[in-house]
Design a protein around this ligand. Structure first.
Ligand code: FAD
Length: 399
C-alpha cells in the first residue's frame, strides 16, 4: 500500500488506510506477542518504530518540517484505535508525545537538529526522569541537584519509577539548580545520555513479574551545558507543559477498545459448566456496563476534540478523561480475570517472575493476572486519580 493513502482527512477512508496498513505491515512475531498480552521486547519495538517511520507515520502529529504530517487530534485518535484493534503495540508516548514536542517548543535550534530527526527515525528511545522517592504528586519537592562546573552541570541524586529506563538511550531529567524562592522556581530541565559515566539503572520487578520501571542513580554525572533546555531555573514551566501535548490521548480510548475486544474474545471462546461465559448473566451485565462507560467516555472525548478543533483552549476539565479512561482499563482487566476463572492463575513461578523459560501460553490466559496487576499503575502514572479529583474539585467545581 502507498504511504500517501493517509493523506485523506475523510474519516472512513482514513480508517481503512490505517487498518490495511497494520494488517499488512505488522510483523507476525510482534502480532503474536501482543495477542498473548505479553510485553514486546525492545528489538521488536524498535523494528516496528522504524517500519512506521519508513512510511512516515511514526510521528504523524508532528509538523511536516520535522518528519510529521500535521494530523489532527481526530486523525490521531482513529490511528491509535485502528492500531490497537489491529494488534499493534502502544507507542512510546514519552518519546513521541512528550520530549519531541517539548524540544519543538522549548529546545534550541541545535537541540532540535540533534534530536528531532533521530526520534522521528524511530532509532532513539527516551525515558522520563521526574519522580523521586519523596517527590511524586508533590513533584516540586525533588532533590536531585545539578551544579554548574565550567561548561558542564554535575548531576547528583536519584529518580524512581522511570518507565523502561533500562532500554532508553536518553533521559530528560528535572534537577534542582537553586534553593532560592519557591521550590518550583529552582528547577531546570536537562537532556542526559544514558551512557554517561555515573548513571546506574536498577530495574524494579513488579508484582506482575515485569520490569516496566526502574530506579536511576546519578553519581557526579557530567552533562554539557548545551543539554540544558531553556533557561536555568525555568524547568518547571517546561515540565508542566509536557502533559498538554497529549491531554486528549489520556482517555486511552484505543487501549480501552483493545481490552474490550480481548475480553470478548475470551468470553466467546470459554465455557463453564457447559455454558459459554459470554452467555452468563453476570458476564453480560458487567460487559454491558463497561461498554456503556466506554461509549460515554468516547462521546465525552469527542466533545473535547471538537472544541479543540474549533480553536478553543481546553481547561482543567480534561482531567476527567484521564481519571475515567485509566479506571476503565482496570475494570476491563478485572473482568478478563473473572471471565477466565482459574485459567487466569499464572502458570508457574517462572512466569510470574517474567523469566524467559516460562512456559508460553497461546492466548491471553497466561498473562491475564499479570496484566490485571499492571493496570493498577494506570490510575497512578501521569498524576494519580486523587490528584485529578483535587484538580476537578478546585479548578472546575470551585469547591
Ligand atoms: C506505571 C507507572 C509508570 C510511571 N512512569 C514514570 C516515569 O516514566 N517517569 C516518572 O518520573 N515517574 C513515573 N511514574 C511515577 C508517577 O508519576 C508517580 O507514581 C505519581 O506521580 C505519584 O507519585 P508517588 O508515587 O510519589 O505517590 P505519592 O505522591 O506519594 O502519593 C501517595 C498516595 O497519596 C495520594 N496523594 C498524594 N498527594 C495527595 C493530595 N494532595 N491529595 C489527595 N491525595 C494525595 C496519592 O493519590 C497516592 O494515592 C510512574 C508510575 C507508574 C505507576
Amino acid at each position: 500500500m502507498r504511504a500517501d493513502s493517509f493523506s485523506t482527512i475523510d474519516p472512513d477512508p482514513f480508517r481503512q488506510a490505517v487498518r490495511q496498513f497494520v494488517r499488512e505491515k505488522l510483523p507476525s512475531d510482534l502480532r503474536k506477542t501482543i495477542a498473548r498480552g505479553q510485553q514486546p521486547t525492545p528489538p521488536q519495538l524498535m523494528a516496528w518504530h522504524e517500519r512506521l517511520a519508513a512510511d512516515g507515520i511514526l510521528v504523524p502529529h508532528w509538523p511536516a518540517g520535522w518528519g510529521g504530517r500535521g494530523w489532527t487530534v481526530a486523525q490521531q485518535l482513529i490511528f491509535d484505535e485502528e492500531m490497537a484493534l489491529g494488534g499493534a503495540p502502544e507507542l512510546n508516548s514519552i518519546t513521541f508525545d512528550m520530549i519531541g514536542p517539548v524540544l519543538m517548543r522549548f529546545g534550541s535550534a541545535a537541540q532540535q537538529q540533534r534530536f528531532l530527526p533521530a526520534i522521528a527515525s524511530g532509532k532513539q528511545w527516551w525515558c522520563q526522569g521526574y519522580s523521586e522517592p519523596n517527590a511524586g504528586s508533590d513533584l516540586a519537592a525533588l532533590l536531585t541537584r545539578a551544579e554548574r562546573d565550567g561548561d558542564h552541570y554535575v548531576l547528583e541524586g536519584s529518580k524512581i519509577w522511570t518507565s523502561y529506563a533500562q532500554y532508553a538511550d536518553w533521559i530528560f531529567v528535572l534537577a534542582r539548580t537553586s534553593r532560592a524562592g519557591r521550590p518550583q522556581e529552582g528547577i531546570s530541565f536537562f537532556l542526559v545520555d544514558m551512557k554517561t559515566p555515573g548513571i546506574t539503572v536498577r530495574p524494579i520487578t513488579g508484582i506482575h513479574g515485569w520490569s516496566v520501571f526502574c530506579e536511576v542513580f546519578f553519581d557526579k554525572v557530567r552533562v554539557p551545558v548545551q543539554q540544558l533546555v531553556g533557561q536555568e531555573n525555568q524547568g518547571w514551566t517546561i515540565a508542566k507543559s509536557l502533559l498538554e501535548f497529549e491531554r486528549l490521548k489520556l482517555a486511552r480510548i484505543a487501549e480501552n477498545k483493545r481490552r474490550m475486544a480481548r475480553v470478548r474474545e475470551i468470553a466467546v471462546s470459554r465455557t463453564r459448566g457447559g455454558c459459554r461465559v459470554a452467555d452468563m448473566p453476570w458476564f453480560r451485565a458487567r460487559f454491558a456496563d463497561l461498554v456503556s462507560r466506554l461509549m460515554a467516555l468516547e462521546a465525552h472525548a469527542g466533545r473535547f476534540v471538537a472544541r479543540q478543533a474549533a480553536g478553543e483552549q481546553l481547561g482543567p476539565e480534561v482531567s476527567m478523561l484521564k481519571m475515567r479512561g485509566s479506571r476503565l482499563i482496570q475494570l476491563w482487566e478485572e473482568l478478563m480475570v473473572d471471565a477466565l476463572g482459574p485459567e487466569a492463575m499464572p502458570l508457574s513461578p517462572q512466569w510470574l517472575a517474567g523469566l524467559p523459560d516460562a512456559p508460553a501460553q497461546d492466548d491471553l490466559a497466561g498473562t491475564a493476572s499479570s496484566r490485571r496487576f499492571l493496570a493498577r499503575g494506570y490510575t497512578i502514572a501521569g498524576g494519580t486519580s486523587e490528584i485529578q479529583h483535587n484538580i476537578i474539585a478546585k479548578q472546575v467545581l470551585a469547591l
